[in-house]
Every structure is written in structure tokens, then in C-alpha cells.
Design a protein around this ligand. Structure first.
Ligand code: GRF
Length: 203
């Protein structure tokens, strides 16, 4: 399956997907990396691996999300993309793109959904006093940080934690579960049934 990874920043999750896909038996090829931010460090990392990169700068669209998403959709299709993996892509998507890619777009969120949707998840986890925190890979639906859950990874919250320390622990788990979750989707093992993901038996 040809996958596009959408990023806005450093792209460490993108790198974990690229690394996994270097294995010839991995069921997905990272064929394109797109950033809405021309300064995203991940663009250079991807190019070093010989992966096609593109910038679609949302600031050129003056708040016209529809035009931004139509161009994104056209770009993805022109590259023959079959699956989208959002990896720190910091733009909210409208129903146009979400519906066009329904069940073919996944995201990683740095919290155990449905807890802590949105931003600053590590600060909020510490404020709330949860003892377990983590990351979730899910199919993208029209609601932010919602949609059928593919895989989650949990880490303990320590009394001594700062948001950065906790975030680093969660990031390690992100890098473990995202390649696994993408493989489940790309191979067709994970599919959506109603509001949940079902895993077909691997043989
Ligand atoms: C990750 O924590 C991801 O879960 C969140 O944004 C961060 C992106 O980091 N949505 P990176 O660009 O993948 O390094």
C-alpha cells in the first residue's frame, strides 16, 4: 500500500514509519511526505531517505480550508496514495478530506483516547493525576481525536514527572505502536466495523 505521511514538525513518528517500511516484508511503502509547514524538520529527514516530499503551506490559502484540502486531495491522488498517516499534522481537517479518505486515514494522538483529546495532553495528564498515560493510533473521523481505535500503548505516570519527561516516555511508545498499527491497516488485518476496529485473524 502506498502511504503518505502528513507532518507539521520534527517528524519523529514519520521516521519510525519510514524505518519500519525499509523492511521489504512491511506491507506499506512511504511514498510521500507532505507538510503544511515549510520549516518542518521532517521534510529533510524524509528526503534523505529518497522519499518524495511536498509542502502545502496553509498560510497561502488565507483561511480557505476547502481550497487547501482540495489541493491536498489532488496531490495525494496524483502520487497514487492509498492510505494517509497523520504524524504530528497540526491542521484540523474538514469533513471533505475526512470523508474522501474515510477508513483510509489514521492518526497518532499522545494520550489514551478518549481521555485528553486536543493539545497539551501531558500537562493535562499530570494535572488530572492519572497513573497511566500513553498514545493511541486511530482512524480519523470528523470529530477531532476521535474515530475507531487501532492500537494503544500505555506508560506509567511517575510522581517526579514533568510534562517533558512524561512526553518523552509516551513518544517512545508512539514510535513502537505507530508502525505496528499502520501495518495492521495496510495489510487489511485491521478494518472498521461500526465505531470499532476489528482484527481479522492473521495466518
Ligand atoms: C507526537 O507526540 C504526536 O503524537 C503528536 O504530535 C507529536 C509529533 O511529534 N500528535 P513528531 O513530529 O512525530 O516527532
Amino acid at each position: 500500500k502506498k502511504v503518505a505521511v502528513l507532518i507539521s514538525g520534527r517528524g519523529s513518528n514519520m521516521l519510525s514509519l519510514i524505518s519500519a517500511a525499509l523492511d521489504p516484508s512491511y506491507p506499506a511503502e512511504i511514498a510521500l511526505v507532505v507538510s503544511n509547514n515549510p520549516g518542518a524538520g521532517g521534510l529533510e529527514r524524509a528526503a534523505e531517505f529518497g522519499i518524495a516530499t511536498a509542502v502545502l503551506d496553509h498560510r497561502n490559502y488565507k483561511g480557505n480550508r476547502d481550497a487547501f484540502e482540495r489541493d491536498m486531495d489532488a496531490l495525494l491522488r496524483s502520487h497514487g496514495i492509498e492510505l494517509i498517516a497523520l504524524a504530528g499534522f497540526m491542521r484540523l481537517l474538514t469533513p471533505f478530506l475526512v470523508n474522501a479518505w474515510q477508513n483510509r486515514m489514521i492518526n497518532i494522538h499522545p494520550a489514551l483516547l478518549p481521555s485528553f483529546k486536543g493539545l497539551h495532553t501531558h500537562e493535562r495528564a499530570l494535572e488530572t493525576g492519572v497513573r497511566l498515560h500513553g498514545a493511541t493510533v486511530h482512524f480519523v473521523s470528523a470529530e477531532m481525536d476521535d474515530g475507531p481505535i487501532i492500537m494503544q500503548g500505555a506508560v506509567p505516570v511517575l510522581d517526579s514527572d514533568t510534562p517533558d519527561a512524561l512526553g518523552a516516555r509516551v513518544l517512545t511508545v508512539e514510535h513502537q505502536i505507530y508502525p505496528k498499527a499502520l501495518a495492521l491497516v495496510a495489510s487489511g488485518v485491521a478494518s472498521v466495523s461500526g465505531h470499532k476496529v476489528v482484527l481479522s485473524k492473521e495466518d
